[in-house]
Design a protein around this ligand. Structure first.
Ligand code: ZN
Ligand code: ZN
Ligand code: FE
Length: 785
């Protein structure tokens, strides 16, 4: 008997070769009918015997193409229609639902083989792609995913390309960005006035310029890169001064794993990450004496490496420049450039020439950044290659739009059991970044196909995102405390529910008491938290300025430890170096002047808020150890302290835990008290050891040994009172590999079940997910009105 069934496949099923795949399975089982894209998924109607249809469905589930991912299959029986073939039908628009747009995927092996074959018609063609690889998110204008709704719509296919595109047996069947040298996009080299530079081969000419030390702006997948020869000090010096990025580490691109292994130690997990179709920048341990300019990552023992992910990058790396610096093309803290004209305008004065093409980038997407700690990969920035693939949650939530924090900004939409996280937006300090934020809100509402009535934002009243939340008319707003959001974000990706002990170790976030939190021990579940402990409050002399000038934090530490004698200790430790490293435009101060001025600031208490931040304590200890009096980006001092922590030490740093007598919270059932973890005894020892001229590497190591031990003691105290055994680690400090692995070991030894981030950044890039889940959970319990 002949029957007919209609299947609706949901998930990542468009732009991944899913329709030709279904076509092959249908043909194999002698079924007739059709398959078509819809904006909520892929519809297939198949007609034939019941066993043949069952076999078809079985094969679909088992043989799924590499990039496809099914989240649900709808099935219904309908009357037979009596066709005589199985066809791939036109797309059908306007059915709202849940389609998952695929991220951009690195050039696949099959395409690379053609690309390297002189007889192939796409030999060295910089835009070669197929159903298994190439641009996706960054060229999509609207759904469903079809060439007409991408930036390829202005390139009519030539007969050869069309033949491939229409042949279900071909690897390029319905590969929407399909193109060749006859019909597709092309490269052009421009000078910094936007005039074309005549060249037989723009790539060869580009390599010429790079060899001479020029800075090139190169159009990539999700934006422009600034590119220089990674072994040329002069070029790097120019790049750093023109980009105002004095010291922040830059990433390099090398040809292959062999080339990466020459520069860094590449283990199995690093190798897998580097070669993955997402192609993130991977932070690796740099080898000594490699031919990378010291200006690439000054002061760091790590090196960010990525492998080529576009055909153009393969061409650039095929020449005689084995190490290219590839950094997002922007001025520090601004979003990455995508348009040719935009690049010419914004990068004027930075780039000497522009290697562009005429395929528009429609969505900005920075490179993702990953690292390996223990044996596990972690994402530090989740962007190109990953976004906008949703994070799957354990259960469904009401729709929420979370606006994120302020730095390392991302936004997140929650829809049913999916969390759609935006590409990396960056720091919301410039008008460009705020425009990009709004671009992303629109993009994510388009991708998730919803406009949530519930908004989540940070508790900080002064953040741009919080102010914007209050201006949104007719939507309910839930403000989520920063460190609660960190913990919930980690719980969400780990699919855990119920109360946990949350360790939020961070830079700073606005606390419920108005102070700058950042070393928090919470008992938390999705919708609420209880602050059961925190690092001892310390003054943050000069507020935000203390973040850029860690010597201020070090001074605050000395003052807490030595009282009025602190200035003498500060002098002996050379805390404020005379004369040098004064920012331009500020008058030089002697060390004594600077120290007494700081004394006045701390005495007045004005501009000297209290902070429990572990990140600031790291800064202070690094500055005490003579590493950094000033930093050019947040976390720099702490990163250098981590790099210094090598060898062995017999120094054990002391700490104390005491009850918080200032605790003004409403009495807790069972009268549980909150605790203060006081690390000042450790700071006193550090200062004394430094004054006695012990090697600072020992201090760095001892400090990294202290924290896991102290955290474990705090967690054990909370466990004994609250009976909780799960510990969740989140916050920017856990980007520190030593700290993270140290905590995992010490907490597991004590019998705790420990959870940390893998898919979502542990830094503020993961905050929007926590905000969204918290608001969604509150809403479900009717707590948002
Ligand atoms: Zn391919
Ligand atoms: Zn063509
Ligand atoms: Fe944070």
């Amino acid at each position: 008997m002949i029957i007919r069934k209609r299947f609706l496949f949901k998930g990542t099923v468009q732009g991944v070769g899913f329709r030709p795949f279904l076509w092959r399975q249908a043909r194999e089982n002698a079924l007739v009918g059709f398959v078509r894209n819809r904006s909520d998924g892929v519809i297939a109607e198949v007609e034939g015997s019941a066993p043949a249809i069952a076999a078809f469905l079985e094969q679909v589930k088992r043989r799924l193409p590499p990039l496809a991912y099914i989240t649900g299959i709808g099935e219904e029986e309908i009357p037979p229609a009596g066709e005589d073939a199985f066809i791939i039908a036109e797309s059908e628009g306007n059915v709202p639902g849940d389609l998952h747009i695929t991220p951009d995927i690195a050039t696949c092996e099959a395409c690379l083989a053609e690309f390297s074959t002189p007889e192939d018609r796409r030999f060295r063609y910089p835009f070669i792609n197929c159903t298994d690889c190439g641009p996706r998110l960054t060229i999509i204008d609207a759904l469903p995913y079809d060439r007409s709704r991408t930036s390829m719509s202005c390139f009519p296919m030539c007969p050869s390309c069309r033949k491939e595109y229409e042949n279900p047996a071909d690897r390029r069947f319905h590969a929407e960005p399909n193109a060749c040298p006859d019909c597709g996009p092309r490269l052009e080299l421009l000078d910094n006035d936007g005039r074309s530079i005549a060249a037989n081969d723009p790539v060869d000419r580009t390599l010429d310029l790079l060899r001479r030390g020029s800075i090139l702006a190169v159009k990539g997948l999700g934006g422009f890169h600034l590119c220089v020869d990674g072994s040329n000090d002069g070029a790097l010096k120019d790049l750093r001064s023109r980009k105002f990025r004095e010291e922040k580490p830059l990433a390099v691109m090398v040809r292959d794993i062999a080339a990466a292994s020459l520069l860094s130690e590449i283990g199995d997990v690093e190798k897998r990450l580097l070669l993955s179709p997402e192609r993130p920048i991977v932070l690796t341990r740099r080898r000594e004496g490699v031919p990378v300019s010291a200006l690439v990552a000054p002061g760091m023992d790590t090196l960010g490496i990525m492998l080529p992910y576009t055909p153009l990058q393969h061409l650039l790396l095929a020449g005689d420049l084995p190490i290219l610096v590839m950094t997002s093309a922007n001025q520090t803290d601004e979003p990455i450039c995508i348009g040719n004209r935009e690049a010419l305008r914004r990068l004027r004065g930075i780039a000497d020439a522009f290697l562009v093409h005429n395929r528009d980038i429609l969505v900005r997407c920075d490179d993702s950044v990953a690292m390996v700690a223990g044996d596990a990969p972690f994402l530090l920035r989740r962007s190109r290659g990953y976004a906008p693939k949703p994070i799957t949650l354990k259960k469904s939530y009401p729709e929420v739009l979370a606006l994120g924090p302020q730095i390392k900004e991302t936004v997140c939409i929650l829809k049913r059991n999916f969390a759609f996280l935006s590409p990396h937006i960056g720091d919301m300090e410039t008008p460009e970044a705020r425009d990009f934020f709004h671009e992303n809100l629109a993009l994510m509402e388009r991708i998730a196909e919803c406009r949530p009535a519930l908004i989540a934002c940070d508790l900080h009243p002064g953040y741009y995102t919080s102010r914007f939340a209050r201006e949104m008319q007719g939507r309910d707003v839930v403000a989520v405390q920063h460190h609660h959001a960190h913990i919930v974000s980690c719980m969400a990706e780990n699919h855990i529910e119920g109360e946990v002990i949350g360790l939020a170790m961070d830079g700073t976030g606005y606390g419920s008491d108005g102070q700058a939190w950042g070393g928090e021990f919470l008992i938390a579940d999705e919708e609420k938290f209880d602050r059961r402990g925190h690092l001892r409050y310390l003054p943050l002399p000069g507020g935000e300025r203390a973040v850029r000038e860690p010597w201020r934090m070090a001074a605050a530490l000395l003052r807490e430890v030595f009282g009025v004698d602190w200035i003498e200790a500060a002098r002996r430790l050379n805390l404020y170096p005379d004369g040098n490293s004064i920012p331009p435009g500020r008058k030089a101060e002697t060390a004594d002047e600077a120290l007494s001025r700081l004394e006045r600031v701390m005495n007045s208490g004005i501009q000297s808020p209290q902070t429990s931040s572990l990140g600031r304590l790291f800064d202070g200890v690094a500055a005490l150890a003579g590493l950094r009096r000033r930093v050019s980006f947040e976390g720099q001092a702490a990163m250098e302290l981590e790099a210094l922590a090598k060898g062995r030490t017999d120094i054990r740093l002391p700490f104390t835990i005491r009850t918080d007598s200032s605790d003004s919270r409403t009495p807790h059932p069972g009268n549980l008290e909150s605790r203060i973890l006081d690390l000042l005894p450790a700071v006193r020892t550090i200062a004394e050891v430094l004054l006695a001229s012990r090697p600072r590497a020992e201090i760095a190591l001892a400090f990294h040994n202290l924290l896991p031990e102290a955290f474990r003691a705090m967690a054990e105290t909370i466990r004994s009172e609250a009976g909780l055994n799960r510990v969740v680690l989140s916050g920017g400090c856990f980007q520190n590999r030593l700290l993270l692995t140290g905590c995992l070991v010490s907490l597991r030894e004590a019998g705790f079940e420990v959870f940390h981030h893998r898919l979502v950044p542990t830094n503020d890039g993961g905050i929007s997910l926590g905000q969204a889940v918290c608001a969604g959970a509150k809403n479900r319990k009717g707590l948002t009105r």
